[in-house]
Design a protein around this ligand. Structure first.
Ligand code: ATP
Ligand code: MG
Length: 293
């Protein structure tokens, strides 16, 4: 059995023709059991917490984590487990649903822009502006409610959106936002199994929506949209990771390890005080020590 706790990278290589078929949703990189992964995840989450503290204190970089997936791929549980050890003051999760009327009065990147993490923070987008080349591509009629001037809605629109997203993410990178994107790659068969589980267990009913079946029926169209999107937006500035999602325990480990590895590369450091400030701290310490209890 493999003993390494570090799963291989699931980062999509930039510049090569990306094919979803090259990625196996059931892969566990040789990790044999949930038990090993759970122990490894605990350690990784501890490391993440320590790195987050330094990121927060340094207050220079920000980290944007984007999670995209089909329904029931495990986005919510990944967020819960991976973020469990983090300081809530230093991170924020935003879930993007169908846009409301105020959001439709703006460009498609606007609502995401408003929720970007500030310096020192980790921001998690549970779905994101990527829906604009995924659900909107599978249901192009949604473009009709976006109030775009009709002359701008042409066959070029998807290519233009890829370009705009790449430029936007490059801008983020140049401003100190590290973007990490994850596609939780679940198989159609595993989604069926999870839907059935939701239907069989009353406490999971709330997680199921009849609309989920309609989207499932468009599985191949979604996979084609994901493949195109990832192919055109996997860049060195903002890499995509295609994470096997048939085993939730493995998905969580890969996501946590990927974020921890990137934070380690950033190597955020605690700010050091100028000598004059340190002197003031010494004086404060001496004054407190002299006080009577
Ligand atoms: P769960 O796992 O709980 O189902 P979810 O992320 O699927 O979580 P839902 O409330 O079921 O949450 O779904 C949000 C829906 O909003 C998704 O179907 C998604 O495709 C849709 N959505 C998100 N962004 C857009 C967008 N820009 N345009 C149209 N639909 C969007
Ligand atoms: Mg849903």
């Amino acid at each position: 059995m493999k003993t390494s706790t570090l799963p291989r990278t699931y980062r999509v290589a930039h510049g090569r023709r990306f094919r979803l078929a090259d990625y196996d949703p059931a892969d566990t990189d040789g990790l044999a059991s949930k038990k090993d992964a759970v122990e490894a995840l605990e350690k990784t989450v501890e490391r993440l917490a320590e790195l987050q503290e330094r990121l927060y204190a340094q207050n220079r970089w920000s980290v944007l984590i984007i999670l995209q997936a089909m329904d029931a791929a495990g986005k919510d549980s990944a967020i819960k487990h991976v973020m469990s050890g983090l300081n809530p003051q230093g991170c924020a999760v935003h879930s993007f649903k169908a846009p409301n009327s105020e959001e439709l009065d703006h460009d498609f990147l606007w609502r995401g822009t408003c929720r970007l993490p500030r310096r020192g923070q980790i921001g998690i987008f549970n779905r994101s502006y990527y829906e604009e080349t995924l659900v909107v591509r599978v249901h192009p009629e949604l473009l009709g409610v976006q109030k775009l001037p009709t002359t701008l809605v042409t066959d070029e629109i998807w290519k233009q959106r890829f370009e705009d997203i790449r430029a936007f993410e490059r801008h983020l990178a140049r401003s100190g936002t590290v973007v990490l994107k994850f596609f939780l790659h679940v198989s159609r068969a595993e989604q069926r199994r999870r839907f059935l589980e939701r239907l069989e267990q009353p406490e999971k009913h709330w997680k199921f929506s009849a609309a989920d079946l309609a989207e499932r029926a468009r599985w191949d169209d979604y996979m084609a949209a994901y493949e195109e999107t990832i192919r055109h937006t996997a860049t060195p500035d903002a890499p995509w990771h295609v994470v096997p999602a048939d085993h939730k325990w493995f998905t969580r480990l890969v996501i946590a390890e990927t974020i921890a590895a990137r934070l380690k590369e950033l190597d955020p450091t605690f700010p050091t005080m100028p000598a004059a400030e340190r002197k003031k701290l010494k004086a404060a310490q001496a004054s407190l020590e002299q006080e009577k209890e």
